[in-house]
Design a protein around this ligand. Structure first.
Ligand SMILES: C[S@@+](CC[C@H](N)C(=O)[O-])C[C@H]1O[C@@H](n2cnc3c(N)ncnc32)[C@H](O)[C@@H]1O
Length: 388
């Protein structure tokens, strides 16, 4: 099958993880970009990337690139593309604009100009134009501008790949599915030792961990934009799905999802049911400060409250107590904490062995790793120094 260029977009900080996911599924010419990875693949690879990549947000197929120094040039070049090759006037379409340019400084305006060019082309050719449907279009088009350089792509994903369709109910501050999967991969969890989320909220980390450990395709409960394309090949798509399903395993790794809020634990259970992984996770409604992990090595991932609704003293005490609980009751584990509250993180009281900058939506966050050594000597050595 013919290979072409494909771009997988992601969240800041997950580019490397996404590149390894891509290499693992057989993508070639993998190249890191800013919040994206470029690679080559055929139609089966395009379908596979949508179905399997846990840290991708969108899979784009570039169809045209050009330079534009002003709006007219943008409009003219978009109009030069033969759009009837990709969809008909009976279809609906939508444009996502993204711009990093002094000339084009409003992404909405870029989208509007591009939409006009496409609608005008159809009207001139067929005396009828396709309608725009921003929510659920048949064809989603991405126009990306960097300075004067424009890349026009077909968006093969449709809605963001973070929408896995299991988290219909959510707690107040859920982490994105893509970020959760990325953090689990960054933690280098071997999928053999216990995985513990003691503040699980809507269950995103444990659900993503269960999907990963059992090789369950992250996109198995959803549809994709490419299924509505003119060149959609159902046979290839069925083969891709069959191959992915044949790789699902039944891991007996232990995954624990806990939260002090009863109601939230019920939400997490509902979400896990929808993801088909309820039986692979042990849920419990319990206060973190009453818990421990004594069964040897484990990976603890915590997305604690950032403290928007707490007094400064309370949040400082909370983070201090969290560090202390981990130090004394989770020995032998690696703990990974993701928080946007840098001030509170300083009071964790444990030495940080890794710090990674990430974004949870628009919020800058830090992922910090703490190695909780077994044995009092090492524990006190690594445990008394506050992190910077
Ligand atoms: C930021 S939310 C976690 C969001 C979660 N990662 C998700 O994707 O939905 C923080 C969670 O910590 C829980 N929490 C707060 N204090 C706790 C405690 N002492 N023990 C256990 N859970 C606690 C809250 O109930 C809340 O669900």
């Amino acid at each position: 099958m013919e290979k072409f260029e494909i771009i997988a977009t992601t969240i800041f900080g997950l580019e490397e993880v996404l590149a390894s996911e891509l290499r693992e599924i057989g993508a070639t010419d993998v190249e890191l970009l800013n919040r994206a990875v470029r690679f080559k693949g055929d139609k089966a690879m395009l379908y596979k990337s949508n179905l399997l990549l846990r840290t991708a947000v969108k899979i784009l197929k570039p169809i045209h690139s050009f330079f534009a120094a002003n709006e007219q040039q943008l409009y003219d070049n978009i109009k030069k593309i033969d759009w009837s090759e990709y969809f008909t006037y009976n279809n609906t379409f939508a444009i996502d604009g993204a711009t990093h340019s002094d000339i084009f400084n409003h992404s909405k305006y870029v989208a509007l100009k591009s939409k006009d060019a496409i609608a005008d082309q159809f009207r001139e050719k067929f005396s009828i134009r396709p309608s725009v449907d921003p929510a659920n279009p048949d064809m989603r088009i991405n126009v990306h501008i960097n300075d004067k350089s424009v890349i026009v792509s077909l968006d093969s994903s449709g809605s963001s790949l973070g929408k896995r369709n299991y988290r219909l109910a959510q707690s107040e501050a859920p982490i994105s599915e893509v970020l959760a999967a990325g953090i689990i991969m960054l933690s280098q969890w071997d999928k053999k030792c216990d995985f513990i989320d003691p503040m699980c909220g809507s269950g995103t980390f444990p659900i993503e961990a269960a999907l990963l450990a059992n090789n369950i395709p992250s996109g198995r409960n959803r549809n994709f934009g490419f299924e509505k394309w003119k060149d959609f090949d159902e046979e290839i798509w069925n083969n891709v799905k069959e191959e992915a399903n044949s790789k699902i395993i039944h891991s007996d790794v232990k995954i624990f999802a806990r939260d002090s809020d009863n109601y939230i634990v019920d939400i997490a259970i509902e979400n896990a049911k929808r993801a088909g992984v309820q039986d692979l996770i042990e849920f419990e409604s319990v206060d973190f400060f009453q818990t421990s992990h004594t069964a040897g090595k484990g990976i603890v991932v915590i997305n604690p409250p950032y403290g928007e609704r707490l007094q400064v003293d309370d949040i400082v005490n909370f983070y201090e107590d969290m560090g202390s609980r981990l130090k004394h009751f989770y020995q032998g584990c690696d703990a990974w904490i993701i928080s946007a509250n840098y001030e509170a993180l300083k009071f964790f009281g444990l030495r940080t062995s890794r710090k990674i900058k990430l974004f949870n939506g628009p919020m800058e966050c830090r992922l910090q790793k703490y190695e909780l050594y077994q044995g009092s000597k090492k524990a006190s050595k690594s445990g008394t120094q506050p992190s910077e």
